[in-house]
Design a protein around this ligand. Structure first.
Ligand SMILES: O=P(O)(O)OP(=O)(O)OP(=O)(O)OC[C@H]1O[C@@H](n2cnc3c(O)ncnc32)[C@H](O)[C@@H]1O
Ligand SMILES: [Mg+2]
Length: 198
């Protein structure tokens, strides 16, 4: 059974401004007082696990133990089928120390050159951890295709090269409110809300 969150402070254990914005938007309708990990000086832990769920748990538990508050983390990434699901859990690392997603998207596009199969999915694993070590995790995904060149500047990360199935626009071009309805993070978030707030 997932542990219920009944209000109060929640640490958002992410150092990615794009993700923090989306997490705050998704949490807005709920009774949560948000504190970001950066604002309370928490370090960015090394992501040593081999799965999205494993790294989400690691980040949430590190923040919960360090802060003494419940903490919420997201580990996410882009899996490209023709690249054996790379960059996957290495999605942030492909952008290098400068977090240059122009570089990371360029790498994906170069490696896909000449491939017919453009199928890809975004994955988000969300974890809610408590200072006593209890942790619940939830995963969501969305399928789509990698377009030929980046389009749009509304999202973050790999959004400009990902076109979700059933849509003509990339996540980079899409209205953020619409991304919040359908994204991998939104799918995982609905599971989290049902289990921990329901
Ligand atoms: O670990 P934290 O501090 O949360 O921040 P991070 O950016 O390092 O996040 P991850 O380790 O989960 O790496 C996931 C990367 O995948 C990319 N990504 C995840 N969700 C995305 C989305 O909705 N749109 C575009 N790119 C996304 C994004 O570039 C992230 O940097
Ligand atoms: Mg990270």
């Amino acid at each position: 059974m997932a542990r219920h969150f009944s209000g109060g402070k929640l640490v958002l254990a992410s150092h990615n401004p794009g993700k923090l914005r989306e997490m705050a938007d998704l949490l807005a309708p709920h009774q949560v007082e948000i504190v970001s990990a950066g604002a309370i000086g928490l370090p960015e832990p090394e992501e040593t696990e081999t799965t999205f769920i494993g790294n989400a748990r690691l980040k949430a538990l590190a923040a919960a133990r360090a802060s003494g508050l419940p903490a919420f983390a997201d580990d996410s990434g882009l899996e490209v089928m023709a690249l054996n699901r790379d960059p996957g859990i290495y999605s942030a690392r492909w952008a290098g120390p400068a977090k240059d997603f122009g570089l990371a998207m360029g790498k994906v596009l170069a490696l896909l050159a000449g491939h017919q199969d453009r199928r890809a999915r975004f994955v988000s694993a969300l974890a809610l951890a408590w200072p006593d070590g209890h942790c619940d995790a939830f995963e969501g995904d969305i399928w789509g295709a990698i377009v030929d060149a980046p389009r749009g500047s509304r999202g973050f990360g790999y959004d400009p090269i990902f076109r979700p199935d059933g849509h003509d626009v990339t996540f980079g071009e899409m209205d953020p409110a619409q991304k919040h309805e359908i994204s991998h993070r939104a799918v995982a978030f609905r599971k989290f809300i049902a289990a921990c707030f329901g």
